[in-house]
Ligand binder design. Structure first.
Ligand SMILES: [Zn+2]
Length: 677
């Protein structure tokens, strides 16, 4: 069992910025943290300006005090490198570190994650700071993790980046003819004669906005720029990682991610981090399955270890139009949801509410009132007590999914940039539709990338596998041949790595699926076709593929229009396995039924499958070598029940339950049953 860091319980705490406060407040903070059972603080997240007041001057006096204070009070420390926002003097003295946006506007000092990732000056200074911090605090026993920068984000289109992009292209394509081929630049006479002809794709060149979305006239260059931008920013993270490693032998290093964050390919990023952490800020009305999907995405980035919930708000966010409070019990429930889906920590932004700037109305453990008799502080203290009780029981434990949904950033970019067939195609939502069907049946499900091996799964769903990258069809072919069930959908198998069309759709997947797709009808919002599945009429929305089966069995046919009677869902036997194609987008009832059938065919049952109906409880199971921990959470407003499939003791209440017993959970109620396996 691999733990994320050296800690003997679910880490409980969060971002703490004592540098914003006079020192007399610090002692009071320590008292309150103790009371709430806080045991970890993330320090130094935005301290670059304080630590480096000028070119050659560094001052660690205050940070020394803060780190000592935390250590003396028994707190563990997640130490940030503080490079998420550069100091003002640096921007004035070295304007090359400032980013240029998609409209070609050179930015001035301000904001955060504001440094050009390809600026040598930024790289030198950020690495130097990380190195100095590692040298100074690397041996401090309280520091159990390093936290690089903060929520890396965005894009830059400056001249530094343009030059670096041309170097990146030279490395990828070797010569300009290959670039022209990859981007099909003969179209509109965009042929490049030299790498120096290439400019960044933004609103001054190939990009424009249509229907509220970023579009491009050349997908090839735009997808490559996405790859390059994600790698450029990741390179900055790696440089800081290496700088820390010069002085720090074993302490694990991470950076906090943001779930489904479009600009950064986290599958690639995760390879170079010791553990994955993320900041979870669901909207007030976000469905629990949707939140679970984000946790699974993060858990899937490193499948064989837990992740860290680095931030969540204890009560309220500040950036929505209406910042609704988390209702009593919501924070606890959402905290346990993160743990249920793989987190070994429950951490907040922020520990004490700042008095100024844009996060002063963002929730905190200690409010502006500074009191301990608030609802929020009370709830935090109660959860703190429970986490002490749980101790180290669940640390390092893992789920054992036999099912995976593929989610790939390059596909996300390719699908989003596609001119046609429909702006309604939504990659993230389509992944959710399939994931949710597993989630509702309590079938554990990994979210994986295209680099991940498929060996451990019985079912793999790759919704909208638009881009079939070099060799990926081979991976799927092997998986199905060996007995796996593979599911894909409309708008799949169209292109390769460079967004060039393979020929008849679904390209390299044709033989596996036993079909080809002749035409696709994009239906506007509100219009739909339909089909009968399991005796029920289901809607066909967004895109309706007109499928020509070549060996595949037809499972459903369209009811209407000129393609009435044509196949909408097919199933092909291939080797020892099956390959399904769903040629349209439908509704929740359909996905429940379709995924239910495929799971039943493979003999895959959900946890506590003996229930007569979907109870809409969130049920997961994490395993150690000897024990299973079953998390049962009720996110719904009304009571829901579940029939236990194992004997177990609820580690929150200490009460023992027998297999076959029915338990009913009120809204927000949580059980964590410990069972021997
Ligand atoms: Zn730049």
């Amino acid at each position: 069992m691999k733990r994320i860091w050296e800690h003997d319980k679910i880490a409980y705490g969060g971002d703490y910025n004592p540098e914003q406060w006079p020192e007399e407040v610090w002692q009071e903070d320590m008292r309150l943290f103790k009371k709430a059972h806080i045991d970890i603080v993330t320090l130094n997240v935005f301290s670059w300006a304080a630590l480096q007041p000028s070119e050659d001057e560094y001052n660690f006096e205050k940070l020394d005090k803060i780190i000592k204070l935390a250590g003396d009070n028994g707190l563990k420390i997640c130490l940030a490198t503080g490079t998420g926002a550069h100091p003002a003097w640096m921007a004035r003295k070295h304007p090359e570190i400032l980013r240029t946006d998609s409209q070609g506007r050179k930015h001035k000092f301000g904001g955060r994650e504001n440094s050009c990732p390809n600026s040598e000056v930024y790289r030198i200074y950020s690495v130097r700071l990380a190195e100095k911090l590692a040298e100074r605090y690397g041996d401090d026993p309280a520091v159990i993790a390093w936290h690089i920068s903060n929520e890396y984000s965005g894009e830059c289109y400056c001249e530094n980046c343009a030059a670096a992009f041309r170097r990146w292209l030279r490395k990828r394509y070797k010569n300009i003819d290959e670039v022209n081929k990859a981007w099909d630049s003969a179209f509109w006479g965009h042929t490049f004669y030299d790498f120096e002809d290439i400019v960044v794709p933004n609103e001054l060149s190939e990009h424009f906005y249509l229907f509220g979305k970023e579009r491009t006239t050349f997908q090839g260059i735009s997808i490559d720029y996405r790859r390059f931008n994600s790698e450029s920013i990741e390179e900055c993270c790696k440089l800081e990682y290496d700088a820390i490693r010069k002085y720090v032998k074993d302490t694990p290093i991470t950076t906090n991610m943001m779930g489904f964050y479009y600009p950064l390919d986290y599958h690639k990023w995760a390879e170079n981090l010791d553990f994955v952490s993320w900041d979870s800020y669901p909207g007030p009305d976000e469905p629990d399955g949707h939140i679970a999907l984000s946790h699974e995405l993060i858990r899937g980035l490193k499948r064989d270890m837990p992740f860290c919930l680095m931030e969540q708000t204890p009560s309220v966010t500040n950036w929505h139009a209406y910042n609704k409070l988390k209702r009593p019990g919501d924070m606890r429930r959402l905290s346990y949801q993160a743990v249920a889906h793989g987190s070994d920590s429950v951490m907040f932004f922020q520990m004490r509410r700042s008095t100024g700037a844009c996060e002063k109305y963002h929730g905190a453990v200690i409010d502006h009132a500074g009191r301990e008799d608030t609802r929020v502080f009370r709830e935090i203290t109660e959860l703190g007590e429970e986490l002490v009780k749980i101790g180290d029981k669940t640390l390092g434990t893992l789920q054992k999914p036999k099912v995976a949904v593929v989610f790939d950033w390059e596909n996300w970019w390719g699908i989003s940039y596609s001119a046609g067939p429909s702006i309604l195609i939504d990659y993230h939502e389509e992944a959710y539709r399939y994931y949710n069907a597993f989630y509702k049946r309590h079938i554990p499900c990994d979210i994986i990338g295209t680099e991940d091996s498929l060996d451990r799964y019985d079912i793999v769903v790759a919704p909208i596998l638009y881009m079939v990258k070099e060799g990926y069809d081979e991976k799927i072919r092997e998986f199905v041949k060996n007995g796996g069930s593979f599911v894909t959908t409309y708008f799949s198998g169209y292109v390769g790595d460079s967004d060039l069309v393979y020929g008849a759709y679904p390209g390299k997947l044709k033989d596996i699926l036993g079909i080809w797709v002749e035409e696709s009808d994009a239906l506007p919002e509100g219009e739909e076709n339909s089909f009968i599945y399991n005796g029920k009429q289901m809607p066909a929305r967004v895109l309706c593929d007109i499928i020509r089966p070549e060996g595949a069995e037809v499972l459903a046919r369209y009811d209407k229009d000129f393609y009435k009677g044509e196949a909408v869902i097919t199933k092909n036997s291939f080797g020892k396995g099956k390959a399904y194609y769903m040629g349209s987008c439908s509704d929740e009832e359909f996905y429940d039924s379709f995924i239910g059938d495929i799971a039943a065919e493979k003999g895959i049952k959900g946890i506590m499958d003996s229930q007569e109906e979907f109870d809409m409880l969130d049920i997961t199971r994490r395993y150690s070598e000897e024990k299973a921990y079953t998390f049962i959470i009720n996110h719904r407003e009304d009571g829901r029940s579940a029939v236990l499939d194992m004997d177990g003791t609820d580690i929150l209440s200490g009460k023992a339950y027998k297999k076959g017993e029915r338990i009913t959970l009120k809204h927000n109620e949580v059980y964590i049953l410990e069972s021997m396996i």
